[in-house]
Design a protein around this ligand. Structure first.
Ligand code: R5P
Length: 299
C-alpha cells in the first residue's frame, strides 16, 4: 500500500497494539522501542536504528503508570533526536496530569502546565492526544505553544455502541465536564443527551444528581474511568429513575483496582473503552482519528 505520510511510527511500551494499528492506517513503517525496567525501577530505553533523517511519530501510552510514561517519552525523544531523527511528533493518546489544571489550594503544582512545558522542552515538533481532559482550559491551544491536536474517540465509541447494543439509547454525561463528550457521542448516533450534576468530595466519594425522565436505555460517557466512582454513582442515579439498561463508555480506561466490580455492581451491563490505554475493555481503536491528524499535519 502507498504510504499516506512519510512518517515512521515508533511505539513505546504498552502502546504496541495501538501503534501497529496506526501504522497500518498510515501504511507506514512500524518500529518498537526496546524498553525494560531495572530492578530499582529505573527505565531502560533503546530507540530503533535507521531513523536518521526520518520524521518520527512516537507513540507513548500512559495509563496506570503515568510517571514511567513521561520518563519513557523524555528518554525516547531525546535519543531519537540524538541519533538523527529529522522531526519527532509525540503521540500521547492519554495525556496524564491534565486534571490538576489549576492551583486549587495555595502551593499546589499546576501539573498540566508543568508537564506540557516539560514535553515542549524536549524539542518535539507537535503533539497529538485524544479527548484530553480540558476542563477549566477551553482548548489545547491554551496549554501548548507548539502545534497540538486533540482528536476525539467518541465517534468511534458511539459507532461501536450503536452497532453492538442497538438503538434507543439516551446519552448521559455524569457531570458538566462530560457534556462535550456526550455532545459528540449523541450527534454520532442521532440520540438525545442529558447532563447530570456531580459533586466530588474525595477521590472515591462523589454525589450525582439529576432529573431523568422516560429513559429506558442509557449510555454513560466520560473521558476517563479511573476508580469507577463517577460511573457507578451515575448508574445508581439512573436506576433510581427506572433506567433498565446501562452501558458505560470511556476513552481512557485506567480501571484502578476495584473499578470494574464497582461499576458492575451499580448495575452497568457492559463497559467499552478505547485502546488509548491498554485495558481489558479496549474494544475500540483511536488509530483512525490519530492517523487522520497526522496525515493533515504532513508537509
Ligand atoms: C473527571 O472529572 C473525569 O472526567 C472523570 O469523571 C473522572 O476522572 C473519573 O474518575 P473516577 O472513575 O475515579 O470517578
Amino acid at each position: 500500500m502507498k504510504p499516506r505520510t512519510d512518517l515512521v511510527v515508533v511505539s513505546g511500551s504498552g502502546c504496541t497494539r495501538l501503534a501497529m494499528e496506526l501504522s497500518r492506517h498510515l501504511a507506514a513503517t512500524f518500529k518498537p522501542l526496546v524498553t525494560r525496567e531495572f530492578p530499582d525501577g529505573e527505565l531502560y530505553v533503546r530507540v530503533p536504528q535507521e531513523v536518521r533523517g526520518e520524521r518520527v511519530a512516537l507513540a507513548i501510552c500512559s495509563g496506570r503508570r503515568p510517571n514511567d510514561a513521561l520518563i519513557e517519552a523524555v528518554l525516547a525523544v531525546k535519543t531519537l533526536t540524538r541519533v538523527g531523527a529529522r522531526e519527532v511528533i509525540l503521540i500521547m493518546p492519554y495525556f496524564p496530569y491534565a486534571r490538576q489544571d489549576q492551583e486549587f489550594s495555595p502551593g499546589e503544582a499546576v501539573s498540566l502546565s508543568i508537564v506540557a512545558e516539560l514535553l515542549e522542552a524536549l524539542g518535539i515538533s507537535a503533539l497529538v492526544t485524544v479527548d484530553m481532559h480540558l476542563h477549566r482550559v477551553k482548548s489545547i491551544g491554551e496549554v501548548f505553544r507548539i502545534k497540538a491536536i486533540n482528536v476525539s474517540g467518541m465517534g468511534e465509541l458511539a459507532r461501536y455502541v450503536s452497532k453492538n447494543y442497538g438503538e434507543g439509547f439516551t446519552v448521559v454525561a455524569p457531570d458538566e465536564e462530560a457534556r462535550q463528550w456526550a455532545e459528540i457521542f449523541s450527534k454520532e448516533i442521532g440520540a438525545d443527551y442529558l447532563v447530570l450534576e456531580k459533586e466530588r468530595k474525595g477521590d472515591e466519594d462523589v454525589r450525582i444528581r439529576g432529573e431523568v425522565s422516560k429513559v429506558k436505555k442509557a449510555v454513560i460517557v466520560d473521558d476517563i474511568i479511573s476508580t469507577g466512582t463517577t460511573i457507578a454513582a451515575a448508574a445508581l442515579t439512573l436506576r433510581e429513575y427506572g433506567v433498565e439498561e446501562i452501558i458505560a463508555a470511556c476513552t481512557h480506561g485506567l480501571f484502578v483496582a476495584g473499578a470494574e466490580a464497582k461499576i458492575v455492581s451499580a448495575g452497568v451491563k457492559d463497559i467499552v473503552a478505547t485502546d488509548s490505554v491498554a485495558n481489558q475493555f479496549a474494544r475500540v481503536s483511536v488509530a483512525v482519528p490519530i492517523a487522520n491528524a497526522l496525515i493533515d499535519m504532513s508537509p
